[in-house]
Design a protein around this ligand. Structure first.
Ligand code: KMH
Ligand code: ZN
Length: 287
């Protein structure tokens, strides 16, 4: 495997803002939230709308015919193909799945050949559940991503995971593509809280090799985290995986509303939504 040297994507203007949409997740049920995109048709329509609104990457969890989370390889592969057919978004498959997915099924996600995959840097209490990411699994998934030419997005749920990222890079070198992109997932009950103070602490601890980072705040922390991320020059992840209301008592009806809001916040901070081509360059993906 040959990996280009690390760089800070100098070809991308510094004011560009990567907006990633995470439209579905694995936690919310269709019964509780009928507008959640759970079928392939709904997902593709959402992706098209979110790309038009300014998103450049999509973080994908899929559902089965009963709208339950699944890592079925045939469905994952069809989803990647359908998203590529209808959009130019960077397609990132979740390897986190749901808290109930066995580790071996999560490794197989890479067989669907996405552009990118999420890669969580450690085990986290996740509400009343445990999101399991033992170190040997993290190492195996990372090496698999290097072999398969899939660009990881390192998901960091707490400060310990920020330090674990340094350990991983020291042990196994840079990701495929030579860039290091991570996402701070804040406000999960069990992880770091979704505040500006926590974000500043996490960003200050990021390894030098990190070339880009985004942040997302779960639930009520979404705006505090987005504003803090913009203040620190970071990128944004938004979507119904992470938040289901626009404000107290006002449900999100379409993921694009959250993308539009992220773009509007970015405009206030004099940031310009990144094109999908720029996002590919940022992540070290081929054009
Ligand atoms: N659904 C969570 C247990 C990821 O996508 O990689 C894990 C998660 C992270 O959403
Ligand atoms: Zn996810």
């Amino acid at each position: 495997m040959s990996v280009p040297p690390a760089g800070r994507a100098p070809e991308i203007p510094a004011d560009r803002l990567l907006v990633t949409v995470a439209p579905t997740g694995a936690e919310t049920t269709k019964q509780d939230c009928p507008q959640l995109p759970t079928t392939l048709e709904e997902l593709v329509a959402t992706a098209v709308e979110c790309e038009a609104a300014g998103a450049a990457m999509i973080h994908v969890h899929i559902r089965d015919d009963e709208h339950k989370p699944t890592l079925d390889l045939g469905r994952l592969t069809a989803t990647v193909e359908a998203l590529r057919e209808s959009t130019s978004l960077v397609v990132q498959l979740s390897t986190g799945g749901s808290v109930h997915d066995p580790l071996e099924n999560r490794l197989k996600v890479l067989d669907a050949q996405p552009d990118s995959c999420s890669l969580t840097m450690g085990t986290t209490n996740f509400g009343d559940d445990v999101f399991s990411n033992p170190w040997p699994f993290v190492c195996e998934l990372y090496q698999l991503s290097q072999e398969r030419g899939v660009v990881p997005e390192f998901e960091l749920f707490d400060l310990g995971q920020v330090h674990a990222l340094q350990r991983l890079l020291d042990k196994f070198g840079l990701p495929y593509g030579g860039r290091v992109h991570c996402d701070l997932v804040m406000g999960v009950p069990g992880g770091m809280n979704g505040t500006a103070d926590s974000l500043v602490a996490a960003v200050a601890s990021l390894p030098d090799a990190v070339t880009s980072w985004s942040a997302t705040g779960i639930g009520r922390s979404t705006l505090a985290v987005a504003l803090a991320a913009l203040s620190k020059g970071g990128h944004l992840r938004v979507g119904m995986e992470d938040v289901l209301t626009l404000r107290r008592g006002v449900p999100v009806e379409r993921n694009a509303q959250l993308v539009e809001r992220a773009v509007a916040l970015g405009e206030l901070a004099q940031r310009v939504p990144m094109t999908t081509a720029e996002a590919r360059a940022l992540l070290g993906l081929a054009a």
